[in-house]
Design a protein around this ligand. Structure first.
Ligand code: M6R
Length: 610
């Protein structure tokens, strides 16, 4: 999604800005741009291609300067086109452009501000809400950019992180944030801004995380931060070692494939040689919190939400604690009945998802102070905002479709289940040991499922010509069916829906014909016989069943029923194993259809707008 990099230095900063954009590239974007202060004027290059093409353009046009800003844009207001790409300029009635600005987020009152600025004589070149901020800053500018940005941000409604510089103040960049992340990177007589510390890796590891309402003044030898009320504030400096590796594809065709095959390692790393279950795995004070809470509220989006749905089955059956799972973007806009004895759990790969962060803040505003996050980025806003946390060790995930992040989330959620069960006195030492043994064996069990790839590829060739698919699961495998359908639709663009198998006859059965592949998750569990009846309902109507069946289910290949046998039955942890073939099926179907697997159309890796 959108990314920001800014710098003020005494050397040409375009290589730093472009390198920063490259580091943020994997999050998805549809245009990019850079602007610098050069020879008393603002110079800019923008492109609807990749950062590499922008880099060529910058070299060709000899764009270089000591102060500048850069941006990757994921379109919200206005099509992905050069004139909508950031940086946006403003300079009403002053000859050349005076203000350059980049923005992440969404300004909700942009229509009202646009009308006001048009009345003041500003002409708009784009359809973006961002250009409104550039003109607003210019309109309020009276010789002091820091002052103008503070005044401008008071007029903005919505979420933003911005970086701005001005033709008339060559050694200054001003940033501000509200609802979207922004960090300051400290250098020696040079300073930087970015939407993520990752963008500054290799440039500086001295990072300040700005807080909502902060405005920052970056100059060569000093930085100055004020809070929402304009009061000077000191924000702590963190030494941040951002992992930038993982960029090598190795023998794989795509990052998604690589990440699917990294799952045994990622799950093992997430388990960190844990020898026994203790609430303190989730942070200091977790025992007291787990003791006090009597229900769990899980908030998440997309794949992370499906991890939460799976965890509900685990927590309710093993820890006997009631669980609600809410789609984050819906939760904050609905009247709920809050309770101070709720454990609020957010799940997020990136830790920057705007909807989940907003839902967390909303829960806290309702008096729910016990917060815990399962997150893959230790330095993210989500981890900083929650009292307790468990960091999954999936490593950087580059493919937009979440794979290893999901299975490591499930691993961490299972640990949470055991810790809650122990605190509530419903986990015997023998059961704890048995569960830990299963967890330790997981990486090996996942590797055995990955070996099914050739069989799954054969199925994928048949799926490639379809336009619709159904996914069925029951109990704790229903969320895995949802995840399988999401994977297929986001990277192969095949329309896919998931249903609890028993629900089929209440409507979706009408869709079943011989053109409809029905992917079925068939673990050997207490619902197996019910599932077999549901499969018969499909078979009787000519539907083609593609079944991932545990070894001892006695489901056989026959006309219209295709079976891939899972290597072992995995009890409570079965949802993790059954995820793997669905990822491979989506991946190989997408390859067969020739889509852009790692960067599917319209999607971004880190969704930082509401
Ligand atoms: O970073 P998060 O886990 O908070 O992201 C949530 C969703 O945006 C994400 O899981 C999305 O659904 C993925 N593209 C799914 O593959």
């Amino acid at each position: 999604m959108c990314g920001i990099v800014g710098a003020v230095a005494q050397r040409d900063i375009t290589p730093i800005l472009l390198e920063g954009l490259k580091r943020l590239e994997y999050r998805g974007y549809d245009s990019c741009g850079v602007a610098v202060h050069a020879d008393g004027a603002l110079k800019r290059a923008r492109s609807t291609e990749r950062v590499a093409q922008l880099q060529e353009q910058v070299a060709k046009e000899h764009i270089a300067g000591f102060t500048g800003i850069a941006h990757t844009r994921w379109a919200t207001h206005g099509a992905p086109a050069t004139h909508n790409a950031h940086p946006h300029f403003s300079g009403h009635g002053k000859g050349s452009a005076r203000i350059a600005l980049v923005h992440n987020g969404i300004i909700e009152n942009h229509d009202e501000l646009r009308a006001e600025l048009q009345a003041a004589g500003y002409a708009f070149e784009s359809q973006t809400d961002t250009e409104v901020i550039a003109h607003l800053v210019d309109h309020l500018y009276n010789g002091d950019l820091f002052e103008a940005v503070q005044q401008a941000t008071r007029r903005l409604e919505g979420a933003y992180a911005i970086a701005v510089f001005c033709r008339d103040e060559p050694h200054r960049v001003v940033g501000a944030r509200q609802g979207s992340p922004l960090v300051v990177g400290l250098g020696k007589s040079e300073n930087f801004l970015a939407s993520d510390a990752l963008a500054l890796a290799g440039t500086t590891d001295q990072i300040i995380y700005l807080e909502d309402g902060d405005v920052v003044d970056l100059q060569l030898a000093r930085i100055w931060v004020v809070d929402h009320a304009g009061r000077p504030v000191e924000r702590p400096v963190h030494t941040v070692h951002v992992h930038t590796g993982a960029a090598e594809l190795g023998p794989y065709r795509h990052y998604m494939q690589k990440e699917i095959f990294e799952q045994p390692r990622a799950v093992a790393d997430t388990l960190q040689d844990i020898e026994s279950i203790t609430p303190e795995l989730f942070g200091d004070g977790a025992y007291r919190v787990f003791k006090e809470i009597d229900n769990v509220l899980i908030l998440a989006c997309g794949t992370s939400y499906y991890a939460g749905l799976t965890a509900r089955y685990w927590i309710e059956s093993l820890a006997k604690v009631p669980v609600n799972v809410e789609i984050a973007s819906e939760y904050r806009y609905r009247d709920t009945v809050p309770s101070p004895t709720t454990l609020v759990v957010t799940i997020s790969q990136s830790g920057e998802t705007a909807d989940t962060l907003a839902a967390l803040k909303h829960a806290r505003s309702l008096g729910m102070e016990h917060t815990l996050t399962i997150c893959n980025v230790a330095t993210s806003a989500m981890v900083r905002e929650c009292k307790l946390s468990y960091i999954t060790r999936a490593g950087v995930e580059i493919g937009v479709a979440s794979t290893k992040a999901f299975t490591t989330q499930l691993t961490a959620l299972f640990l949470l289940t055991l810790a809650l069960a122990q605190t509530k006195g419903v986990l015997s030492p023998a059961r704890e040991e048995e569960m830990l043994k299963s967890l330790r064996h997981l990486p090996v069990a996942i590797a055995a499922v990955l070996a099914l790839e050739p069989q799954i590829m054969a199925w994928a060739d048949r799926f490639a010509s379809k336009e619709n698919a159904l996914f069925l699961g029951r109990g704790m495998h229903y969320p895995i069916a949802l995840e399988g359908a999401l994977k297929l639709k986001e990277i192969s663009y095949i329309h896919a829906e998931a249903y609890p198998a028993g629900e089929l006859k209440h409507g979706p059965l009408a869709l079943v014909t011989d053109a409809m592949p029905v992917v079925t998750i068939a673990p050997r569990d207490e619902l197996l016989e019910k599932l077999k009846s549901n499969m018969q309902e499909v078979h009787a109507r000519g539907g083609e069943l593609y079944v991932f069946a545990d070894a001892d289910t006695k489901i056989m290949n026959s006309d219209g029923i295709h079976v891939i046998r899972m290597p072992e039955n995995y009890g409570k942890l079965s949802p993790i194993l059954h995820t793997i073939p669905l990822q491979l099926l989506a991946y190989h179907t997408a390859c067969a259809r020739g889509t852009d697997v790692d960067k599917p159309r319209n999607l971004a890796k880190s969704v930082t707008v509401e």
